[in-house]
Design a protein around this ligand. Structure first.
Ligand code: SF4
Ligand code: SF4
Length: 78
């Protein structure tokens, strides 16, 4: 039986993310947005996967991250 290749969504380690925004323009489909959070006292805007359905799990956002805090370990979608 043929098995589909495994695909996984990007997951941001917010403990290491420096909120530089470099991952946003790296996405060909504009899936990522910076959103205000309560993750720190300054309510810094951190990236989130705003358009999950458009994400192709290509990993370009992870490759663009200067601190290597995006891992392609999210929900299996295929
Ligand atoms: S894995 Fe690819 S499509 Fe998905 S958010 Fe990252 S750059 Fe965009
Ligand atoms: S590129 Fe990395 S450090 Fe910069 S906002 Fe995106 S996840 Fe955070």
């Amino acid at each position: 039986m043929e098995t589909k290749p495994e695909k996984r969504l990007p997951v941001v380690d917010y403990g290491r993310c420096v909120a530089c925004g470099s991952c946003l323009p790296a996405c060909p489909f504009s899936c990522l947005e910076l959103s205000r959070t309560d993750l720190d006292a300054d309510r810094t805007a951190f990236p989130e996967l705003a358009r999950v359905v458009d994400c192709t799990c290509c990993g370009l956002c992870a490759r663009a991250c200067p601190v290597d805090c995006i891992s392609m370990t999210g929900l299996v979608v295929a």
